[in-house]
Design a protein around this ligand. Structure first.
Ligand SMILES: Nc1ncnc2c1ncn2[C@@H]1O[C@H](COP(=O)(O)OP(=O)(O)OP(=O)(O)O)[C@@H](O)[C@H]1O
Length: 581
């Protein structure tokens, strides 16, 4: 990165043509805006079509600060960044209620709104007054190269922020949200707060870029700073280069800005609006050839090639074929006999459907409670009501005396409830360790402790040999264990496992059951939903049968499976009649 930066500085010193000199200044500006877009949309996964709102706000702040308040851009740009963050807060508060396409479309409205506001206030064209007396103090240099160097300085700052974010719990939390909001929240991540932080940081970055842009252009108009092309440029450079990495906007800006500006300079008179054509063509090409962006495509190709080069002619051994180590042994702990979870009269309805109907049960510390029931019986809804995904209509759930009902998902996680979901969500490009680390961060553990907790959880699930393997190469069983490790990394007191054995063969199932036995031996309390009866009989200390939202039976596994009501619920009255005859 430093070498590239030095090369760029070298290039800027030899270019003399003023148009190309301006182009060299614009590359870092659009790269900063791309980084700002990537910081929010790339990591969180919510597409923003409205980053021009922050950019334009920054540009107008600097321009108006200079013309009306005699404020130097050296102060104006930091204020532009602060206002960008404040605008992000105001925009985020109502807009985070929307998801997916609705969020993206709503974001379109903000730059439009600001553009109309600027026109209404008579700010169609704000020219920055000339202050040639003290160029350094007013950021008005006659040597265009200085702007390029300042732009590079701004880029270096934005890059440093992006790197810190990407390699910290901040970035990992955002990526977890991007993959699966619900699972991230269940891992203890306060989704709304992290999204807001990301948008505010992104808004600040875009505001600063806009402020600097005003100093380069010297004239600020609504179209130039709030226009659709501004938001599009932020998005296109990041998508083209690769989202979810700071390299993406850099690569995108370094290729697309010179290309579009050169074409504009050479062909602008014959084909007006050629820049828009370049961006459109770039997006179409990238979608067809490298949908995840140039960086990821090149990196994947590079890693494939180096894997082949490592053992010429040999077929690389897939990660999933590595021998599976047994879970590391831990001294067994006798169950204390204390009640850890007490559920009383839990109810949850969807319209007229009673999905959970007056469910009461308790779980003793250090035991495994298996929950079975036909499809649609209300098992997952009960889990959701227990760990805060759904708010129960009535009833209570006490974890060691602490009320869970009424608390948010991440709060319940921090109280000591770990959860896995029916569908495993991994972060395929990240190593197993990072995938598990999300759970430790979510539980609020400090950096070093979080890494230790993640490694410990990986060891407890017997995946230590895969610690650095990317999750994308794991088998179904390993992914299930990885999700279990993520739940364990938060050091929970109660584990809620939703169909952890789903889709596994007999041998794989046995391996996961061994891990669950190991956890019980360590004193872990677990509630597991499962359809596979043989597995339930092997692992559960008690069984709870739910049918049409109600508890049908609760007791020792052997007694429960011989219960006539249970057999009827599973196999129907006809079957029961045949059995009796
Ligand atoms: N968000 C929702 N809105 C409306 N109905 C829902 C919702 N979630 C679940 N249901 C309904 O509640 C009932 C119980 O569903 P639930 O997913 O809890 O059952 P389950 O026992 O977990 O089933 P399965 O074993 O198939 O996962 C079903 O009839 C389902 O259609």
């Amino acid at each position: 990165m430093a070498v590239l930066l030095l090369a760029y500085i070298g290039l800027s010193t030899v270019v003399t043509n003023s148009y190309y000199q301006l182009m060299l200044t614009l590359v870092p500006v659009w790269a900063v805006l791309g980084l700002s877009w990537n910081l929010f949309s790339g990591y969180v996964g919510l597409t923003s079509f409205g980053h021009a709102a922050f950019f334009g706000l920054g540009a107008y702040t600097v321009a108006l600060g200079l013309t009306m308040l005699n404020l130097t851009p050296w102060i104006g740009i930091p204020i532009a960044a602060l206002l960008g963050a404040a605008a992000a807060l105001l925009i985020g508060l109502p807009t985070f209620r929307l998801r997916g396409h609705y969020f993206a479309l709503a974001m379109l409205a903000y730059p439009l709104l600001m553009s109309y506001l600027a026109q209404y206030l008579g700010l169609q064209e704000v020219s920055l007054p000339m202050r040639r007396d003290a160029p350094a103090a007013w950021l008005q240099f006659s040597d265009p190269r200085i702007y390029t160097w300042l732009g590079l300085g701004l880029l270096a700052l934005a890059l440093a922020i992006s790197m810190v974010v990407e390699n910290s719990r901040f970035g990992l939390s955002l990526m977890a949200i991007r993959q699966n909001e619900l699972a991230a929240e269940a891992a203890g991540i306060n989704v709304r707060m992290w999204k807001m932080r990301a948008l505010m940081l992104s808004g600040a970055m875009a505001g600063a870029a806009g402020g600097f842009y005003a100093c380069i252009l010297l004239v600020v108009t609504p179209e130039a700073v709030f226009g659709m092309l501004v938001s599009a440029q932020a998005l296109v450079v990041a998508l083209f280069g690769g989202v979810g990495t700071y390299w993406g906007p850099l690569i995108g800006a370094a290729i697309l800005i010179p290309l579009s500006e050169t074409l504009h300079a050479e062909l602008g008179e014959i084909i007006p609006g050629i820049q828009g054509v370049v961006y459109g063509a770039a997006i179409i090409l990238i979608m067809l050839l490298a949908p995840e962006g140039l960086f990821w495509s090149l990196r994947d190709r590079w890693s494939r090639r180096s894997a082949e080069a490592l053992v010429p002619g040999a077929i690389p051994v897939p990660i999933q074929k590595l021998p599976v180590m047994p879970a590391e042994a831990v001294a067994p702990k006798a169950p204390s006999g204390r009640t850890l979870l007490e559920v009383r009269g839990l109810c949850k309805s969807f319209g007229g459907l009673k999905a959970v109907d007056d469910v009461s049960f308790s779980v003793k510390e250090g035991t495994i409670l298996g929950i079975i029931g036909p499809n649609g019986a209300g098992k997952t809804s009960m889990f959701n009501a227990l760990n805060g995904v759904l708010r129960p209509d009535r009833g209570e759930a006490l974890l060691d005396g602490q009320q869970l009902v009424g608390r948010k998902l991440h709060e319940i996680c921090r109280l000591g409830v770990g959860r896995t979901f029916q569908v495993v969500r991994s972060f395929p490009r990240l190593p197993l360790l990072d995938n598990v680390l999300v759970g430790a961060y979510g539980a609020g553990l400090a950096d070093e402790e979080a890494v230790a907790a993640a490694r410990e959880a990986i060891a407890r699930t017997g995946l230590s040999h895969l610690t650095d393997a990317p999750a994308g190469g794991l088998t179904n069983k390993e992914l299930r264990l990885m999700e279990l490790a993520r739940a364990l990394a938060g050091r929970p007191r109660l584990l809620l496992l939703d169909e952890t054995l789903a889709g596994l063969g007999r041998e794989e199932c046995d391996a996961v059951l061994d891990v669950l036995h190991g956890l019980r031996a360590e004193g872990m309390t677990t509630i597991i939903i499962e359809h596979t009866m043989h597995a339930m009989l092997r692992v559960a200390d008690e069984l709870l049968v739910i049918d049409r939202g109600r508890v049908l039976s609760h007791g020792m596994p052997r007694e429960v499976v011989e219960d006539r009501m249970v057999i009827e619920a599973y196999l129907g009255k006809k079957w029961l009649a045949q059995c009796s005859t």
